[in-house]
Design a protein around this ligand. Structure first.
Ligand code: HPA
Ligand code: ZN
Length: 326
């Protein structure tokens, strides 16, 4: 059975991390940038572990230098994502990684993405929204301009502020300034936590950054009181099981805590994170959840309902998408 055509909602992707290797190689050739060492002999992205993954990711991003690169990337990503049944997608996008981090120019990049989103909506029937994202391992000060950019572009297309990157740099509270700035602009918030940092990182993120969604959050599994709190407060976890398996945040699919968290009453959603890096697609994620935990169409429909309810977009969009999930 394939779940490919089942309508899906995906809340946790990184735009740059969705770039197919062929796309990045094409840009590298155009701009005469030598990044051949980030690819394996058979053409995929080559990395050893999470820290190395972040370096390879950053190297790939050096090829994304103009708004037009972003427009083309966004369209390529939408085409691939729509093929896997995704009807609504949110994607993290980071001023620090691309276009040399020039914040004044960054609005042109986001406008190019928004143009591509409109084209994707019309041609592919997929809705895309962006989440401007600070990069944690660049430190608290580097996240402030990203938050300012998020607050200034908040609207129909940029719908939230988030933080990604290496989690083991400082504590969540060090990043309060950025999250406060975005919150004061009225933005919904999400933060990667508990991919590597364990239950304490998830608890501190909730306490100090007051986010409504957590990226990954799987580290919560060791703390029953925290699981109860997450369930009670209806915090939504953006779980990316295939990413966790490939990066070895968990020992394997059988050991992934997603089913236990769901069964404990936590609001769970499923996403791919960076599909070409982790050799996954939404179809593959559903297939593996089916094989590992016996989840079926009704389980997936429930996940997608949770996801659209937790989406950062406006209510009209939510209502329109929810109808497609019935
Ligand atoms: N974790 C943290 N930061 C990231 C990831 C991830 O899986 N992908 C891209 N940035
Ligand atoms: Zn992520």
């Amino acid at each position: 059975m394939s779940f490919r055509t089942l309508p899906k909602v995906e809340l946790h992707t990184h735009l740059e991390g969705c770039a197919p290797p062929e796309f990045i190689k094409g840009l590298a050739a155009e701009k005469k940038i030598d990044i051949s060492k980030i690819f394996t002999a058979d053409g995929g992205y080559a990395f050893r572990d999470f820290d190395h993954f972040l370096k390879v990711y950053e190297a790939a991003c050096t090829t994304l230098q103009t708004p037009e690169d972003f427009r083309r990337l966004t369209l390529a990503v939408l085409e691939e994502t729509a093929f896997h049944g995704v009807v609504y997608m949110e994607t993290f996008v980071s001023p620090d990684f691309c276009g040399g981090g020039d914040l004044a120019a960054w609005k042109d990049y986001l406008a190019a993405m928004e143009d591509a989103a409109a084209e994707g909506q019309e041609k592919l029937g997929i809705t895309l929204k962006g989440i401007v994202t600070g990069i944690r391992h660049f430190g608290p000060d580097a996240c402030k301009p990203a938050a300012r950019c998020a607050a200034e572009t908040f609207g129909d297309f940029i719908v939230g502020y988030g933080m990604a990157g290496g989690e083991m740099v400082g504590r969540p509270g060090d990043y309060r300034y950025s999250f406060d700035m975005a919150r004061e602009a009225g933005m919904p918030l999400t933060c990667h936590a508990g991919e590597w940092g364990g239950a304490a990182m998830v608890a501190e993120t909730l306490r100090d950054l007051r986010v409504g969604r957590i990226g990954h959050g799987i580290g919560a599994i060791t703390d029953p009181a925290l699981i109860e709190e997450i369930a009670e407060k209806e915090i939504v976890l953006e779980v990316c099981p295939g990413s966790n398996v490939v990066l070895k945040a968990v020992k394997g699919w059988d050991n992934h805590p997603i089913a236990k968290l769901r069964d404990a009453g936590v609001k769970i959603t499923v996403s791919t994170d960076d599909p070409p890096f982790f050799h996954t697609t939404m179809t593959d994620e559903y297939e593996m959840l089916h094989r590992t935990f016996g989840w079926d169409e009704d389980d997936f429909k429930a996940l997608n309902k949770t996801a659209i309810a937790a989406a950062f977009c406006d209510d009209d969009t939510k209502t329109r998408i929810a109808k497609r999930l019935e």
